[in-house]
Write a protein that binds this ligand. Structure first.
Ligand code: RIB
Ligand code: CA
Length: 293
């Protein structure tokens, strides 16, 4: 099975990508970047840096530099100005493969058999919304979209009910929700349960593995961005974990739409598969194992 990762790295994106790259049975055929946590040039460079650390040369294509109809609004407070919390990563093995991420997404989908490519969405859904508009025949070939975003019963993280990925580009999210894609959404309701504390950082370091140690450094930086927190939520790693270990997630069906003003999820007409819970011990163990080789 092949994967396209659409991402705004981003500390937790980086951990998710390192985990995904460590599973050769799931070939990451391309990465597309989006402005979100940080601006597009930084997220694109970071995607290349993460691949360089993993010593895997995945083509990285820069995608949307701003949300649909809005200005970009990065979240510097958590991810730092370099988007990786200042953690030292190598330079990309090669320059970006292109600056048309949506076109690259379409080309990859057309080059693979129908329903053989999963799309992991770790940031705002701008690129997927543009794909639906520009290349609907390619979008139809997606086997499954797994997206981190939203808050169903949980409070938001950028507003009372708004979560960053959805709220950063609510028009894109609304277009994705109505498109009838095979979409699985992992909101804060599940991702806030998967937390890394200091003992988890220690366990990562004790593996001695490059991806695990880098993840420990990233979580340390994540802690530095918030004073006194006992643990930090691992939002984006839930995406590749659900792909690899669906049994760890409790799924519900919710009829959802998006409030275009606030970016909050609201009751809507389209039924979406939503991960509302996770087997925390199982997911922590699977993530640790998946980063430790
Ligand atoms: O709300 C969490 C999401 O916003 C994660 O994808 C994180 O990387 C940020 O993009
Ligand atoms: Ca992200």
């Amino acid at each position: 099975m092949s994967i396209i990762i659409d991402t705004d790295p981003g500390i937790d994106d980086a951990i998710a990508i390192l985990y995904a790259l460590n599973h050769p049975e799931q070939e990451v055929t391309a990465m597309t970047t989006v402005a979100g946590n940080i601006g597009l040039s930084v997220t694109t460079r970071n995607a290349g840096r993460i691949c360089a650390l993993a010593q895997v040369d995945v083509p990285v294509h820069a995608g949307a530099a701003a949300p649909l109809g809005k200005e970009a609004n990065p979240e510097l407070g958590i991810h730092g100005t370099d988007g990786l919390g200042g953690v030292v990563f190598p330079e990309p093995l090669s320059p970006p493969a292109g600056t048309d991420g949506v076109g690259a997404m379409a080309a990859a989908l057309m080059a693979h058999p129908p329903q053989s490519v999963d799309l992991f969405c770790l940031g705002p859904l701008t690129n997927l919304a543009l794909l639906l508009d520009r290349a609907p025949e390619a979008a139809k070939r997606i086997r499954r979209v797994i997206a981190m975003g939203g808050a169903v019963k949980e409070p938001g993280n950028v507003g009372p009910k708004a979560e960053f990925n959805i709220a950063h580009d609510p028009h894109a999210a609304a277009a994705v929700f109505v498109a009838g894609l095979p979409l699985t959404l992992i909101p804060l309701d599940a991702t806030r349960q998967l937390r890394a504390d200091r003992s988890y950082i220690k366990a990562l370091r004790e593996t001695g593995a490059v991806a695990a140690i880098a993840s420990a450094d990233l979580i340390d930086a994540y802690f530095a961005a918030t004073n006194g927190a006992e643990s930090r939520p691992l939002h984006d790693p839930c995406v590749p974990l659900l792909a690899q270990h669906p049994e760890l997630f409790r799924m519900e069906a919710h009829d959802l739409s998006v409030d275009l003003e606030t970016g909050a999820l609201v009751a809507g007409e389209h039924t979406i598969k939503v991960a509302m819970g996770v087997n925390v011990q199982g997911a922590r163990a699977a993530l640790l194992h998946g980063l430790s080789f």
